[in-house]
Structures are given as C-alpha cells and as structure tokens.
Write a protein that binds this ligand. Structure first.
Ligand code: SF4
Length: 406
C-alpha cells in the first residue's frame, strides 16, 4: 500500500508564537509512518512545518498572510492578521504531483486553533488523489470529531493508534536528517490544571528507559543527531524512570545534549534528580511559574506554587545549570487578571535568574478556563481561540497584551 503522511503548516499571530512552535516535530505522525514502513508499506512523510531557528519577525509579512481573524472577546469588533508558518499549499501540490498517486493519505492536526490550514491540506489531498482514502487524525479531530468531519476527510480518526504508540519514530523518514529528535518516556499527567488539555490521564511508561537509551545511542551513532528533546507532558511523574534512562545512556557511552522544553513540575524536582539531569548533559528546561498570585494558582488548580518554582530554579542554579536560558513560563490573558501580578511574576523570574516566558491563554473546550470565559467566547470558532488573539479580552486590552508580548 502506498501511504502519504502530511504534517500541515500552522498559523501565527505574532513572531513570539512562531518562536514557541520551534522544534515541535509531529512525533506521533512519525510513529505511524515508522509502523507502516515496518509493515512493508511504501511510506512518504511530507512535513510542511519550517522549524526556523530565528528571524521570526520575517514571518509577519504580507507574503505569508493567511487572512484576518477576530481579536479580543466576542464584542470587541477588532481583527488581527494571521500568517502561515510553514510551506504553502502550492508546494504541497508539487510534492503530491511528484508522488503521483496514493492509497492512503494521513493528515494530522494537533492544536485545534490551527484547523484551517489542516483542512486546506485535506481538501487538496482529496482533489489530487481522489481514489485515496484520506484519514484525518491528531488532537483536533479527537477533541472535535464533528467539526473535523466538515473537512471532507474520508475518516476522522479519534484517539491514539495503539500499535503505533509502541513504536519509536524513525528520523530516517524525514527529508534530511533533523538536528534534533524527540524522545518519549512517560505518557499522561495525573493533574487537572484548569487550562490544560493534557489533564487527567493516568501516567504510564511510554517505553522502557533502557530501550529509549538504546535508541538515542543508535540515532547519535547512525545519524549524528546530537540533541534530543523530551516531549512528555510531565516526565517527572516518574523520576525513577528518568534517572534510569540517564544510567542506561551512560552505559551506552553516549552523551547527547538533552532538552526538557515541555516543562518539568517544579515541586517534583529534587536536588538528586537535578544533579542526574545535569550529569546527563541537559541543556534546556522549562520551569513553569504560571503566577506569583496564590489566588490565581488556586484557580488554575496547579499542584505547586511560586515557592516551589523558585526552589526548583535555585536547585538548578546550585547544581551548576545556567538558568538564564531556562524558559520560566507564566500565563497571561485571563479576563480581569491583575496586571501587577503579571509584572510581579515577570520580575520574580528575572530576579531569580530565569528567562521570563509569557504564555497566552488559549481557552480550549472543554477545559475549565474555557467554561469560565464562555460568555466572552460564545460564537467564536476554534481558530478564534488562539491565545495570541487574546480571545477573552475586551478591545481596550488587546494593545496592552500585545505590548506585554513584545
Ligand atoms: S501539570 Fe502540566 S501537563 Fe499536567 S495538567 Fe497541569 S499543565 Fe497539564
């Protein structure tokens, strides 16, 4: 069977959003591609993302303009341009023409507010390969199957593909060797933060630490990949597995750079785990702060507070990390939030040696933050919930929040 897998481009409302997308490879799509290839099918992955390493401002240019979307709440009347980050449809059309025909096309879409470029891809694949079965999967079709069905795909694939989840994605299916690759160790997160769509899934081991170490060593040896990013929602829920992975990496005699950009839970970071991460050549880590305001932390349902985030930063600094490179994220864009708290959070991170990284709220159904803001969101389609459009804010606050991001 001839299978084509497509990762569509995404939308950005400002350069900062493009920066936040950097290096997010569609690991699940590559897992499926790897599984299909192992089963003996002809497989081709078309990744339309760009993975820029800088110059994000250049994207905010009429050449990349995708259209304009309502900005602010459902009464603001404001609009903002959004831009395509990734390859255009004309590029995909050329790629599909080169392939000629396919039996199956699998299109993914992770973030629901990016559904439009993904639907464009589904439509193009349907028209270029009318005999192929076009399957649409990922988080967006899983959370919003009826909405995704409007794409005209032959199948809406909900949930996870269990057999593919057992396979480690093979970077040889990329066009060109990637500089970085992803590794997974722990699935799920037991917490229920009010804004998070990863919430409340039981944590489980994605792969045995030894096999992850073997694979990392193989990829470093065979492909020369020197940097590996962990993409688990909450890897520190299984600290023993992480430390075991580091031990196996040492046994393999391999020492790639490791990144934990998805974030670690600060209250779960102990000096011993931090030391093990340091010794294992960790070069990047995200330490979430969310807010210095205890009432906001209670609202978010976070399992930790500012003191735990500060303690984690201090542990990392004492361990020897250069924490100025660690993204310390904090949430912005809650309707009616106290901007003094936002700036206090920013200053607290800065004073304590972290890199303040604002994270705009994307209120996604059915999270609690979506429900809390529902009266200002009613009537908005999913693409209008992009946090960088400030969907919960009155018109007068849009410029204020844009300035905060700058
Ligand atoms: S701890 Fe992190 S991954 Fe878990 S629910 Fe909260 S925000 Fe989501």
């Amino acid at each position: 069977m001839k299978c084509v897998l497509v990762n569509p481009p995404v939308l950005v409302a400002d350069p900062y959003q493009a920066y936040a997308y950097a290096d997010v490879r569609p690991y699940g799509l590559y897992q499926i591609a790897t599984m299909l290839a192992k089963e003996g099918h002809w497989v081709r992955v078309i990744d339309m993302m760009e993975y820029r390493q800088g110059d994000y401002e250049a994207l905010i240019d009429p050449r990349f303009e995708y259209g304009s979307l309502p900005s602010g709440d459902n009464e603001s009347g404001a609009r903002k341009n959004v831009y395509l980050y990734g390859k255009p449809l004309a590029w995909l059309e050329d790629e599909l023409e080169r392939i000629g025909a396919a039996d199956q096309v699998l299109v993914t879409c992770c973030l629901p507010f990016n559904f439009r470029p993904a639907v464009d891809v589904v439509s193009l694949c349907k028209s270029k390969f009318p005999a192929a079965r076009v399957r649409f999967g990922g988080l967006y079709p899983t959370l919003f199957p009826k909405h995704a069905a409007r794409s005209g795909a032959d199948e809406i694939f909900e949930g996870r593909w269990e057999q593919a989840e057992k396979v480690m994605a093979d970077p040889s299916l990329c066009s060109g060797t990637p500089d970085r690759w992803i590794f997974k160790l722990v699935n799920g997160c037991k917490y229920r933060c009010s804004f998070c769509i990863n919430a409340a899934t039981s944590p489980s081991l994605a792969f045995e630490p030894r096999s992850v170490a073997n694979e990392i060593a193989r990829l470093q040896r065979e492909f020369g990949i020197e940097e590996f990013c962990n993409w688990d929602p909450n890897v520190l829920l299984m600290p023993d597995a992480l430390v075991e992975l580091f031990r196996w990496l040492e046994n393999e005699g391999t020492s790639p750079r490791l990144r934990f950009d998805m974030g670690i839970s600060p209250h779960l970071l102990t000096p011993d785990v931090a030391k093990a991460m340091y010794d294992a050549h960790t070069v990047a880590m995200t330490i979430p702060f969310e807010s210095v305001d205890p009432s906001m932390m209670r609202r978010f349902g976070k399992p930790y507070g500012e003191s735990e985030s500060l303690r984690a930063l201090e542990i990392c600094r004492k361990t020897g990390f250069d924490t100025r490179r660690f993204h310390c994220t904090f949430l912005v864009g809650i309707r009616g939030e106290n901007l003094r708290s936002v700036f206090r959070t920013y200053l607290s991170i800065l004073e304590n040696g972290g890199k303040p990284t604002p994270f705009p709220l994307t209120p996604t159904p059915p999270t609690r933050e979506y429900r809390r803001h529902e009266r200002w969101l009613e009537g908005k389609d999913l693409d209008e919930l992009n946090g960088h459009l400030w969907p919960t804010q009155p018109a007068k606050m849009i410029g204020v929040y844009d300035t905060i991001m700058e």
